[in-house]
Design a protein. Structure first.
Length: 291
């Protein structure tokens, strides 16, 4: 004999009544106030349209810490002869753990006899089987936070200027680098080159401080970021902020233009594992003369 929708809805109302007696506290079962009355109205007059499917959620305490796992329930009109739509969720679960928990729940519900009310069974399963997922989620969260906490990034900026001459400007560069705990160098003369390395926020503050208000013909040509799980000091290529002057010999007219010997500068870069920067700064590949 075929089961009718009316019979299924009557069983659903009985199950809701049972669950409300099991979870009497406010907030334990979240059920729309018109959900049950709309089903009852339909059962009094079955000639009308079917009522909305019953939907509600059950807050389940898991473990000694009473972590909340919410079981969301949606019942097809022919439940319990059709499987209910269930979804367990918790703020304490990562997406992957939540997926695994719901896969296990669905497998368990499908193993039960069709036609039997099963929401009490689902609640018990969630209560008894959520803890391992919650513990794994906590462990992975702690591991991730530890990993984030120990990782640091060394920031290195390579700055090019047409020239660096003025004493007050050079003083500003060195004072700023010292204040911000930056290592690197300032190549004085024509061209002028600055390298600073340290924490990103300190490098960016240095760049803002020296660039404004009125330094023209200056640009940041290249930025490097190196991540470490230890101290960034181990990644520094320079152990202080150096004053470099590689002045070339020769007469450059009536005024000494302080041209720098770029061959010496290239050698300096290579000594500090930075030979590749020469081409970035000047657009040509650096080559040392044969000795």
């Amino acid at each position: 004999m075929a089961v009718t929708v009316q019979e299924c809805l009557e069983l659903q109302l009985l199950e809701v009544e049972m669950l409300l007696s099991m979870f009497p506290k406010k907030g334990e079962i979240n059920l729309d106030e018109d959900a049950v009355p709309s089903v009852q109205r339909y059962l009094r007059n079955t000639d009308g349209a079917l009522p909305p499917q019953l939907e509600y959620s059950i807050a389940i305490d898991v473990g000694e810490a009473k972590v909340k796992v919410e079981l969301q329930v949606r019942l097809p009109h022919m439940y319990p002869h059709v499987a209910p739509q269930l979804f367990a969720r918790s703020n304490a679960l990562h997406r992957q753990q939540q997926l695994q928990l719901n896969t296990g729940l669905a497998s368990h519900i499908s193993s039960l006899d069709s036609g039997e009310l099963c929401l009490y069974e689902a609640v018990q399963w969630v209560k008894e089987n959520s803890l391992p997922y919650l513990e794994n989620s906590k462990i992975s969260s702690e591991s991730a936070s530890k990993e984030v906490a120990v990782k640091e990034t060394l920031h290195r900026m390579w700055i090019y200027s047409h020239h660096i001459y003025r004493q007050e400007l050079r003083k500003k560069i060195f004072d700023c680098a010292k204040k911000l705990n930056l290592t690197g160098f300032c190549l004085t003369g024509k061209p002028g080159v600055i390298c600073v390395e340290g924490l990103r926020e300190n490098c960016e503050e240095f760049w803002r401080a020296i660039r404004y208000p009125n330094w023209k013909h200056i640009s940041c040509k290249h930025v490097e970021n190196v991540e470490t799980e230890g101290c960034i000091d181990n990644l520094r290529l320079f152990h202080a902020f150096e004053d470099l002057q590689f002045q070339a010999h020769g007469d450059y007219g009536l005024r000494n233009d302080y041209h720098m010997d770029l061959g010496q500068f290239l050698e300096f870069l290579k000594q500090h594992q930075s030979g590749h920067i020469f081409q970035i700064l000047f657009g040509v590949e650096g080559k040392l003369p044969d000795k």
